[in-house]
Every structure is written in C-alpha cells, then in structure tokens.
Design a protein around this ligand. Structure first.
Ligand code: NAD
Length: 271
C-alpha cells in the first residue's frame, strides 16, 4: 500500500485460495510489502504459473506452492508441516471458500459437509498449527476472509452463512487466546475477519448469471439488481481493496486491532 513500504521483508505469508480472486489480490498486496508468499489453491499448473507471475510482478521475493485440498484434514496437516519446513508462517490468511446457493430443504448433507469443511474446518486446522509458533515469535497475523454472511443472513445460504458465522466465532476465540502474545515492539499476534459484501470474483458468477437471466440476459442489470437488494453503495468491491485492508491489518500499527470483523460491504450490515 502506498506509503507503507516493504515492512513485510523477511515475513512468510500463507494465503489459502490465492491462485485467483480475493486471495490472489491479498497475496499481491502482501508481496508488494516484501512478504514471501505461500501460494495455495485448487488449480491447474497453468493457474499456479499465472498467479506466480502476478506475484513476482507485485514484488514477491519468493513464491512457494502449496496444494492441499481443504476438505482433507490430513492434507492440511501435511501442508502445515511443509510450511514449518519453509521457515514457518508469520501471516496466515484463510481466504479459500466455496458457496452453494440452495434452500435449506434442498441442501444435501454433501453440500453442508463440503461448505463447512472448506470455509470453517479448514481455518481451524491451519490456525491450530500456526498460532503457537506466532506466539513464540511475538508477531503473527491471522486474517480470515469471512463475509457479510458471517454477520447477517440471507435466504438460500444455510451452509454458507453457518460456516461464516462459525468463522467469526472461531476468530474471536483465537483473538482472545493470543491477545497477550508478543509486545507492541514485536507486533503482537492478532486474529481478525474481513467481511466482504459483493466483490467481483468467480465465486459470485453463478448468482450473477441467475439474476442476469431474470433480466433478459443483461449481466450489468443482473449485478445492479443484486446490489440494489442488499448493498446500499450500489458498487461492487474490487478484490484489491480487500487486499489493501488485509495488508493494513499486518502492519505493526494494527497490533491492538484483534477480534474484529470488518465489513467491506457498502453499508449492507449498517441497515
Ligand atoms: P474464488 O472462487 O475466486 O476463490 C476461491 C478460492 O478458494 C480459489 O482459489 C480456490 O482454489 C479455493 N478453494 C476452493 N475450494 C477449495 C478446496 N477444497 N481446497 C483448497 N482450496 C479451495 O472466490 P473469491 O471471491 O475470491 O473467494 C475468496 C473468499 O472470499 C471466500 O472465502 C469467499 O467466501 C469470500 N467472500 C467472497 C465474496 C465475493 O463477493 N466474492 C463476498 C464475501 C466473502
């Protein structure tokens, strides 16, 4: 971020789901401040290569690939072992997430299990491993990408809303347990959620398509209709704006910002 310099030189940041979307934008912001990036996600080799090129362009001194499927706790454990071998994780961004828009009655156990596994259990498994070492070093940042749906509900999102409310709760417990770690000088250990509203990435494409279909196939009209329903600014967010906030949370000046859930939602949750 402008004016902040390369204050993350020497730090390692593992960003889940960083091969695209909000995760890639966060990784780019951290790379721009000098962080070594643990690149992660479900992608083809070309997807990883494209993200690596973007991160090198953003200024990453190193990019290390991680490819755990977050539905598999053993795979997450192996990833955290590898991250320890890499030198440890100073910054953990739990960004990977999935969405299924379906009514409660039609949500299958398989949908429930998958959404809860990726969006809530995944962050549990990574935080459990990363936080003790952060406390030992006196500096650590966990930034969990929840959602406005960690703060308020919408119809046809029972698994997603449940997972994101859970992530907000999990983050608060972790913030309390690690609030006393480190010092102002070392930077402390903080755990926060960012709660985006509508942000332009692949995850919202199915909802945009469905709404566009209701407007004669007009995509812009579909987006406008979604925004009008919930997001008073009537503007979507750009993933880079979420990246800038995540970067700020990693700064030493944010040592006392912990246990928060910060909406980036154009006023959605103010209503
Ligand atoms: P996206 O679909 O572009 O990215 C999701 C990422 O998660 C991908 O990199 C994917 O590889 C990874 N992922 C999914 N399933 C995985 C699995 N089983 N194992 C490992 N990785 C997996 O969407 P996005 O918008 O960039 O989403 C990022 C986060 O932001 C999610 O947690 C999402 O819930 C949250 N969010 C997005 C919006 C929005 O409007 N885009 C709003 C609120 C919250």
């Amino acid at each position: 971020m402008q004016g902040m310099g390369r204050f993350l030189e020497g730090r390692r940041a593992l960003v889940t789901g960083s091969v695209q979307g909000i995760g890639l934008a966060i990784a780019e912001a951290l790379a721009g401040a000098g962080a070594r990036i643990g690149l992660h996600g479900l992608a083809e080799p070309e997807g990883f290569a494209a993200a690596e090129a973007a991160l090198a362009g953003a200024g990453a001194p190193e990019v290390r690939r991680f490819a755990a499927d977050l539905r598999d706790p053993a795979a997450i454990d192996a990833m955290m072992d590898a991250a320890e071998g890499w030198g440890g994780v100073d910054i953990l961004v739990n960004n990977a997430g999935i969405q299924r828009t379906v009514s409660l009655a039609e949500a299958t156990p398989e949908i429930w299990d998958a959404v809860l596994a990726v969006n809530l259990s995944g962050p549990f498994h990574t935080m459990r491993r990363a936080l003790p070492a952060m406390a030992a070093r006196g500096y650590g940042r966990v930034v969990n990408i929840a959602s406005v749906h960690g703060l308020v509900a919408s119809v046809e999102k029972a698994p997603y809303v449940s997972s994101k409310f859970g992530l907000v709760g999990l983050s608060r417990v972790a913030a309390l347990e690690y609030a006393g770690a480190g010092s102002r000088e070392s930077g402390g250990v903080t755990v926060n959620c960012i709660c985006p509203g509508w942000t332009e990435t692949a995850i919202i494409a199915p909802q945009i398509e469905a709404r566009a279909a209701a407007h004669g196939g007009d995509r812009a009209a579909g987006i406008a209709s979604l925004l009008a329903e919930k997001q008073p600014s009537r503007r979507t967010s750009d993933p880079a704006e979420i990246g800038a906030l995540a970067l700020w949370l990693c700064a030493p000046i944010a040592h006392n910002v912990t246990g928060t859930s910060i909406p980036v939602d154009g006023g959605w949750t103010a209503q």
